[in-house]
Design a protein around this ligand. Structure first.
Ligand code: FAD
Length: 268
């Protein structure tokens, strides 16, 4: 393989698209758990606004396959360096590759408040650009963050902020139960959580996540090059605030950078 792309979300698939179109031999390995899967619709992506998240990926898969890119529905469990390339293991299979693009996304860590996780991506939301319009003028509860409160106040006059340790449960659509015994009826709850890069594969290669006020991420240059030669990253694993469009764009940039890198080493 020229390139193994680990993670087939918007970032990984757009990287694969660029590489496939210049006739690179590419395998995408995807565990099928994109971050926005709980949401019914995706917003803020010009020409795709309101599309179900799964539909974008389905179209993306079709597009990359047109250029000979192969896709394996599997989880990468191990990666090791092998001379100037890598051996990637998934599903009992090993594949050798010259370069690797890791686009494994991030995990949204939420506080352990009963009822929160089940409503995540529906009536419990984090991103005003993704879901804000849909809850405009509604009764909104914000848990924790003053910055988030400010943003949701742009969208509704009925916003109440709670400290995280005041909240004991969420029930109904988004009713907030407090440690005083009160229940505050809300139609939506906003909370940011911690954004933690899915970096298990990268730590195997010697990279360490960098702490960030929002969580932790893997550092890279603007083209997605990490400190380990031959290892590139794109999307939420390296940019915690990237939306789908931004993740796709970073995948495209990393794809182009990998191709250039391979062209240079092909000439040596
Ligand atoms: C509830 C919710 C709603 C959102 N709504 C919007 C929205 O409306 N608009 C918007 O622009 N953004 C939205 N976002 C943000 C959006 O989810 C991210 O911008 C986007 O998913 C980032 O794309 P990505 O390719 O970096 O990662 P992901 O889409 O998370 O894709 C990563 C992929 O890598 C796979 N993977 C991970 N580890 C491995 C491994 N070891 N082996 C193989 N595969 C692996 C995962 O299973 C997954 O399929 C939302 C986020 C959340 C939480």
């Amino acid at each position: 393989m020229d390139v193994v792309v680990i993670g087939g979300g918007a970032a990984g698939l757009n990287g694969a698209l660029m590489l496939g179109r210049v006739r690179r031999n590419v395998l995408v390995i995807d565990a099928g758990e994109p971050r926005n899967a709980p949401a019914a619709h995706m917003h803020g992506f010009l020409t795709r606004d309101g599309m179900p998240p799964g539909e974008l990926l389905e179209i993306g898969r079709k597009e990359v396959r047109q250029y000979g890119v192969r896709i394996a529905d599997a989880r990468v469990t191990e990666i090791v360096r092998d001379d100037d390339g890598f051996i990637v293991s998934y599903d009992g299979t090993e594949v050798r590759t010259k370069r690797v693009l890791v686009a494994t996304g991030l995990v949204d860590e939420l506080p352990d408040i009963p009822g929160l996780r089940e409503r995540w991506g529906r009536s419990v939301i984090h991103c005003p650009y993704c879901h804000g319009w849909e809850v405009r003028d509604q009764a909104i509860g914000v848990i924790g963050d003053e910055h988030l409160e400010l943003m949701f106040r742009q969208l509704s006059d009925d916003v109440i902020r709670f400290e995280q340790d005041q909240v004991t449960a969420i029930t109904g659509t988004a009713d907030v139960h407090l440690d005083t015994g009160e229940t505050i009826p809300r139609q939506a709850v906003a909370i940011r959580g911690r954004h933690v890069a899915r970096s298990e594969i990268l730590t195997q290669l010697g990279l360490t996540p960098t702490p960030h006020p929002l969580g932790e991420f893997i550092e890279a240059d603007p083209m997605g090059r990490t400190a380990v030669p031959g290892v590139y990253v794109a999307g939420n694993v390296t940019d915690l605030s990237a939306t789908v469009l931004m993740a796709a764009a970073s995948g495209a940039k990393a794809g182009a950078a990998i191709n250039f890198d391979l062209l240079q080493s092909d000439q040596r």
